[in-house]
Design a protein around this ligand. Structure first.
Ligand SMILES: Cc1cc2nc3c(=O)[nH]c(=O)nc-3n(C[C@H](O)[C@H](O)[C@H](O)COP(=O)(O)OP(=O)(O)OC[C@H]3O[C@@H](n4cnc5c(N)ncnc54)[C@H](O)[C@@H]3O)c2cc1C
Length: 396
């Protein structure tokens, strides 16, 4: 293999680059990324950076000089628009091509944009640093922030906006915040925390239309009310960024369909991070994980696979979110339809465990780091759910 190309200039892609060099690959390395910026980390964009200001140096995954030191050719500001796996070339949006012998696909997630936001210039979103700059500029003014979508990013932005003194309303069709991930029990707890801090959370409420009115946006709701937003953030989730692969031989279906090793359906092409769907043997389930730690681990694992290793990627996913003084840490793969038991609940702490097919499938620990470590081990060990409930394993 003389040249490896990584498409997607972010967390999974950069970790793949690091691992490729760490394993002694001395050939050409090319990084193709649609954003014009050097790769950076995203979690602060809805938290510290949105609260305190954006420091590009702090967000950067590596100093600018690192890429040259590692012999990485950067093709930033160019999206890959096609892939020809027979001739082994990536086609870029300017019509040029980049030839490869090995390819890492790490194009992550792209935001869902509801049709009603088309033509609404005041509707902001939050995925990249440019979005965060725009939102931060809007946060400089006082006023009413309306967030459509009570998922992690919507709720984090709501908490940050509130801490900055904005009047904040969150609207979601779901019954509780983050309930698509964790079900109602954890969602109810977070609803109370947000309300305690003065965030208005309108759940089980849809948005029927948006209308620009001067510098404001009118947000029409299913219950007949209209909210006047000085700042409107649309945060209704993301999907795997695979559209550029349409017509290619790479198998796709809610993410790139990978083998347990993260190899794709095409030889010498691997995938990693938010974009990759694989069979995780720890859970005996197919999954696609949109979390930071997964992108790091998979970037490294996919690189190893490309260079000839054949180890399945088995993991207990980990995720965090910080909202006000609540530090939620989640391990495993909880699903809203799982059995749920609350082991600890008070105003500052929450521990919820989830069971699927008789086994512990996940745990949510808010301000409970000790329990998190124990539960992570129990998930990896495929512990029966009932055993966790009866064992006093995670007594607070
Ligand atoms: C605001 C925010 C807050 C978050 N907070 C947390 C958190 O607290 N905890 C947590 O665990 N996770 C968090 N996440 C999720 C975490 O950041 C992602 O899981 C992680 O960034 C995934 O990395 P990735 O490299 O797979 O994909 P991405 O970070 O999505 O990067 C993919 C890159 O590929 C580029 N790209 C896409 N299509 C193409 C193309 N066709 N050609 C070239 N380049 C392309 C994109 O522009 C992007 O730069 C957060 C995400 C966001 C947006």
């Amino acid at each position: 293999m003389k040249r490896i190309v990584v498409v997607g200039g972010s967390l999974a892609g950069v970790n793949a680059l690091e691992e490729i060099r760490a394993r002694g690959f001395e050939g050409d390395l090319v990084l193709v990324g649609s954003e014009p910026h050097l790769p950076y980390t995203r979690p602060p964009l809805s938290k510290e950076a949105l609260a305190n200001g954006i420091d590009h140096e702090q967000l950067a995954l590596h100093a600018p000089g690192w890429y040259a030191e590692q012999g990485v050719t950067l093709r930033l500001g160019h999206a890959a628009s096609g892939l020809d796996t027979r001739d082994r070339v990536v086609v870029l949006d300017d019509g040029t091509t980049v030839a490869y012998d090995g390819l890492v696909i790490a194009t992550g997630s792209s935001l869902r944009r509801p049709a009603m936001t088309a033509g609404i210039s005041t509707a902001l979103e939050l995925r990249g640093v440019d979005d965060a700059e725009r939102l931060l500029a809007a946060f400089q003014n006082s006023g009413h922030l309306v967030v459509i979508g009570a998922g992690f990013i919507g709720m984090e932005a709501a908490a940050t906006g509130r801490r900055r003194g904005l009047d904040v309303t969150v609207v979601d069709i779901a019954a509780y915040p983050m309930s698509r991930a964790f079900g109602p029990e954890v969602g109810r707890w977070f609803l109370r925390r947000h309300e305690d801090h003065g965030v208005r959370v309108l759940c089980s409420t849809g948005v029927t239309g948006l209308e620009e009115s001067g510098h404001r946006t009118l947000v029409r709701l299913t219950d007949g009310r209209t909210l006047a937003a000085d700042i409107l953030l649309v945060a209704v989730g993301a999907e795997a960024a695979t559209s550029w692969l349409s017509g290619s031989a790479v198998a796709v279906g809610d993410g790139i369909l990978c083998e347990p090793t993260l190899a794709t359906s095409v030889p010498d092409v691997v995938a990693a991070g938010d974009v990759a769907r694989w069979h995780n043997r720890t859970f005996d389930e197919s999954m696609r994980v949109e979390h930071w730690t997964n992108a790091v681990e998979q970037g490294r694992h996919a690189a190893a696979t490309l260079l000839g290793e054949r180890t399945p990627f088995e993991s207990v996913p980990f995720f965090w979110t910080d909202q006000f003084d609540a530090r939620l840490r989640c391990v495993g793969r909880p699903m809203p339809e799982d059995d749920v038991a609350i082991l600890t609940e008070n105003d500052s702490t929450l521990v919820a465990v989830y069971g699927r097919r008789g086994l512990l499938s996940g745990a949510v620990c808010v301000n409970a780091p000790r329990q998190l470590v124990t539960l992570r081990r129990a998930i990896a060990a495929r512990t029966p759910f009932l055993e966790v409930l009866g064992s006093g394993l995670v007594a607070s």
